[in-house]
Design a protein around this ligand. Structure first.
Ligand SMILES: [Zn+2]
Length: 218
């Protein structure tokens, strides 16, 4: 989006911080207070979801970051993804990925929201890292049940197994190293299912990339 357009839009729809909903300057993505409140995570001790060789995320899923994810899921907080993507790109420097894809969303839901937030993240990374994006590898079926309605990790894993499929006419990913983007890494059930499909399609390696992850308190 052009700067001039952002400026004009701001007059009619003032820019809000996705993490606190406070008004911010038209050329800002987050307010300074929330920027400071975001808690970076150390990825060296992050256990990758099954099927992934590594998992990279930027922030602990808590406080300001949690609100940012809510805003992103709510259809207006894209700036949280735009803010976080460069931090992820920096962490992923030299990872040698050939292609970036994302966790798919059911078409109806993406239409309601106006976008698939995982796709927004993947496309930002593609732009920043100069690695091609391919959103046509996986599909997700439509269901009235949401994964966060399920309580236990095993319930989530069982549910995730029924959700994802391989897209007809997808491109050849044999031997390719892929980045798999999503908004949040919680139990890893979704990322793991998608990684499994991608490996069965011939991918050689999958790295999970998320804005936030849940961190267990020690
Ligand atoms: Zn804020």
């Amino acid at each position: 989006m052009s700067k001039a357009r952002d400026f004009i839009l701001d007059i009619f729809m003032p820019t809000r911080c996705p993490c606190c909903e406070g008004f911010i300057k038209w050329d800002k993505l987050l307010c300074e207070e929330c920027e400071r409140a975001l808690e970076p995570v150390d990825n060296s001790n992050e256990v990758p979801p099954a099927g992934c060789s590594a998992a990279v995320s930027a922030f602990k899923y808590d406080g300001a970051a949690k609100q940012g994810i809510y805003a992103l899921k709510d259809g207006w907080g894209i700036s949280f993804a735009v803010y976080t993507a460069p931090l992820l790109a920096e962490k992923l420097k030299g990872c040698g990925a050939d292609l970036i894809t994302c966790v798919p969303m059911a078409k109806r839901k993406a239409n309601e929201r106006g976008y698939n937030q995982a796709e927004v993240i993947a496309k930002e990374l593609s732009k920043l890292m100069g690695i091609p994006y391919d959103g046509g590898l996986l599909t997700r079926r439509t269901t009235s049940m949401a994964q966060h309605d399920l309580e236990t990790a095993s319930e989530r894993a069982e549910f995730a197994k029924t959700l994802y499929g391989i897209a007809d006419g997808h491109s050849d990913i044999t031997g390719k190293k892929l980045l798999l983007a999503d908004d949040i890494h919680t139990t890893g059930a979704t990322l793991s299912e998608c990684a499994g499909r991608l490996l069965s399609m011939g991918a050689s390696d999958i790295i999970a990339v998320t804005l936030c992850r849940t961190v267990k308190e020690k």
